[in-house]
Design a protein around this ligand. Sequence first.
Ligand SMILES: [Mg+2]
Length: 318
Amino acid sequence: MDEFTLIKDYFAPLTRGFAGSLNLADDAALLDVPPGQQLIVTKDAISEGVHFLGNENPALIARKLLRVNLSDLAAMGATPLCYFLALMLPGDTDSDWIEQFAEGLKTDQAEFSIHLAGGDTTATRGPLALSLTALGLVPQGQALLRRGAKAGDDIYVSGTIGDGALGLLSLQEKIIASEFLQQRYLLPQPRLALGEKLRNIANAAMDISDGLAQDLGHICTASSVGATIHRPLIPLSPAASGLVAANPELWNAILGGGDDYELLFTAAADKAPQIQSLGDKLNLPLTRIGEVTEGSGVSVLDETGNQIKLERRGYRHF
Ligand SMILES: [Mg+2]
């Protein structure tokens, strides 16, 4: 497989419809930023043996890589523009693998209105490693940041929490869970439509990738505030609810496990009706789980109002 065939056959077709890519035929991409807009740029890198096993369907690996970046764009309130891809391929990678990988990208490009605009491919003597940089646009001054939370704000999450963490435990054969939960881990849903609509509603936002408790801590640190969340208010899917009812220790995975890719945001209390109707319109539950406080740190309270000691606060990358 030579690099030029690989680009022509599998990657150039992914740029069609996006003029700024120059069809991957020049030294770099050429991008216009419309007046009054700002660029949001995010990057994620994953490697075999750390983030995925390597025997997964290549299309799924591609889609998850794209989606975790799209989730960061959503968290900033951005509209997707384009992405750049770097592939570090072991010598035994065959064209079948590349074809399926590119097919996965194609599927999600169509779903999320984004195009490939450039990248690089290289051989590696190590395991397969992939990196993706996604760019999005946001109107000047309207990006959702972590630092805007104010004492008295309500704290919300989208969707349901803990499904991805339970799905991963199940894929690791540590628990028995439904395919729904495994899918939630393998193919997260970036909340792009929600992020765009929250631009004028939320005071602070981020996506939950490393665990609800730890990620909320990042908003608190950035905003110099504290937070209290109420465990009974945390929205669970029926599948997660069933598992945690049978084994309450799984709350640790739900609060600290990560891989939710739901949005966590804070908003002034008087925004509640607007948030309610936004959730209805998007057909996506937006649930108030607590409040921003003066001070620092995250407290999680149980059914009786007692503070829960968390065994692990979230995913550690190193
Ligand atoms: Mg993030």
